[in-house]
Design a protein. Structure first.
Length: 308
């Protein structure tokens, strides 16, 4: 069954055979998070960054009813052109596979596929979390982090969310939140949310050591590594908050809900900040790809259990 639904790219296959360090990359950011053609450029740039730091990229998506782990540039082009183009989280795999459809995998979706393929490190921009206002909306990323043992490298949770509530849920579910060279939980576009992380690590080696202990104890959650966005393009939190509040008001007035909510809010914040938030988003994605590759190298080549 698994062999029928998963397709591994050649480079990923070879890396698995050799036990080389791998870094998973998500594709909801490509299909729903960024404007065309920056989305495809970004996907290529993230892969190049992972390679430049000694690891092999495994970009993950669902294309024509198959879960792809490792994609060619051609496949990525076909992905963004596919219609319908789904956003694929845990609940969305089976319907998409059954119908032969395509979509970008969210943080939750990418974690599932990465873990099945024995990949232990994953780079993204910002995780989903608890949304700020009613109606009730909590991202499937949070329960996935509770149950799937992958190191997720991010710049915190997206700033449009209720960050204190998101951190509380991560605590409830026992997910270590490791500040990378910081004591503060970053706020995606901003370097600090003013909220504390649960532990701090100074280096890729230290993150790898924490992961070995966590999983060695038999704990099965993810480890969230939060990296502040690069200084050069990070935005002051207060400046950003005005744009976020306006985007949230517009979403409410237009009754934008469910899966459409996060893509709408990110796009509106980008417009309202004159693309400054888009620049920050692109920079932090590349920065996270770098840190993830360094962690994958530090974690070493010992092969994880392979389900695929
Ligand atoms: N990070 C970005 N842009 C994005 C996302 C993350 O820089 O678009 C995506 C991730 O794939 C994440 C998803 O899993 O947004 C969260 O969506 P929701 O809030 O509907 O769960
Ligand atoms: Mn949601």
């Amino acid at each position: 069954m698994l062999a029928r639904v998963y397709t591994l790219g050649d480079e990923v296959s070879r890396a698995r055979q050799m036990g080389a360090p791998l870094v998973a990359l998500e594709t909801t950011v490509v299909t729903h998070g960024l404007p065309h053609p920056r989305n495809l450029e970004l996907a290529a740039d993230m892969e190049a960054t992972v390679r430049a730091h000694g690891a092999v990229p495994a970009t993950i998506a669902v294309l024509d009813g198959k879960i792809r782990v490792g994609m060619t540039a051609e496949e990525l082009k076909n992905l963004v052109a596919a219609r319908p183009l789904r956003k694929i989280s845990r609940r969305d795999f089976a319907p998409a596979l059954a119908r032969g459809e395509s979509g970008g995998t969210t943080v939750a979706g990418t974690m599932i596929a990465a873990h099945a393929a024995g990949i232990r490190v994953f780079a993204t921009g910002g995780i989903g979390g608890v949304h700020r206002f009613p109606p009730y909306d909590v991202s499937a990323d949070l329960p996935e982090l509770a149950h799937t043992p992958v190191i997720v490298v991010c710049a915190g949770a997206k700033a449009i969310l209720d960050l204190p509530a998101t951190l509380e849920m991560l605590e409830t579910w026992g997910v270590p939140v490791i500040g990378y060279q910081t004591d503060d939980f970053p706020a995606f576009y901003s370097r600090s949310s003013g909220l504390p992380v649960s532990a701090r690590a100074e280096s890729p080696a230290e993150v790898a050591e924490i992961a070995r202990f966590h999983w060695g104890l038999g704990l099965e959650s993810a480890i969230l590594v939060t990296v502040p966005p690069p200084q050069a393009s990070a935005l002051p939190a207060d400046e950003l908050e005005t744009a976020i509040q306006q985007a949230l008001r517009e979403a409410e007035a237009q009754k934008i809900r469910g899966q459409a909510s996060t893509p709408f809010l990110l796009a509106r914040v980008s417009e309202l900040t004159g693309q400054a938030s888009l620049r920050a988003n692109l920079d932090l994605l590349l920065n996270n790809a770098r840190v993830a590759a360094q962690i994958a190298v530090a974690l070493g080549g010992s092969k994880a259990k392979l389900l695929v």
